[in-house]
Design a binder for this molecule. Sequence first.
Ligand code: XIL
Length: 320
Amino acid sequence: PGLDDLAKEAGLLYFGTAIDNISLNNTKYLSIAHNTSDFGQITPSNGQKWMYIEPARNVFNYSMGDAIIKPAKKNGQMRRCHTFLWHNQLPDWLTKTNYTKTELIKILENHIKNEATHYKNDCYAWDVVNEAFNDDGTYRKDLWLDTIGPEYIPLAFKFARKYVGRETKLYYNDYGIERVNNKSLAVQAMVQKFLNEDIPIDGVGFQAHFTVGRAPTYDDLRNSMKLFTTKPLELEVALTELDVRIQLPGTEEKLKAQADVYGASVKACMDEEECVGVTVWDFWDPVSWVPDTFPGYGDACLWDKEYKRKPAYFKIAEVL
Ligand code: XIL
């Protein structure tokens, strides 16, 4: 049995992976990505982001998103859709013009309306808002906060609810919330406010981009998940972008430590009743985002460059 087979037996909805468009001409890669025994769920790493979906104002291009979502759907793999609203990977027409608040809210609604309608019923969940907080728990200063103010977040969720399919779950997604800290507590306070004000939200995504030697423990993860899964919030949670980077060069010892982090993270989700699934942020080292973003780090995935499954793969299989 593969990782998704084992995850389902363990009571999770899925074990999944992100896939990027650059990998779509690699048949060896695709044979692994579309092996439903390991991966029951797919997330597009880039294809559904604003700069690709709406490259000019009110001009929509779904080709990159469709190239990931359609084959996954045909193959019977669930889809997590990512993401309506982020501070990053925005088109120039949006970042290089000063819109008024009213105009920007219209732009936001129009974007969500079009993208949500195009992918209606295609997505198990949508990451509606991605990375809106700083590590100290304050709101991230970006275009949205500057022009609209903090109400851009509930507005995005209201727009999403209006246009996505009825069954689609709405998620807030962030990194650095995998421990009880200022950031996870700020997200918890926001969700509590949503609840008080009848703003729709179904889940919180823990990105889970970890580093060997500095990763949250099993208990850290359980405790931070409980911020959201217990009364009164009772939301679902998921590990949405799990990867565990290593300071290069990788050694056998570091790969073993990495396996332990992967294992503890998956086990934390498995043991948490309301944690629905785990998605790795790609499975193949050569196409991971890590080396580009964190110079000196890499080898963060479950398959190495020779397409060999690493100790982390077997550790997850053992834990599930
Ligand atoms: C990353 C992609 O993997 C890269 O290819 C891209 O250049 C930048 O974005 N958090 C997120 C993801 O929510 O969308 C990011 O994906 C990784 C961090």
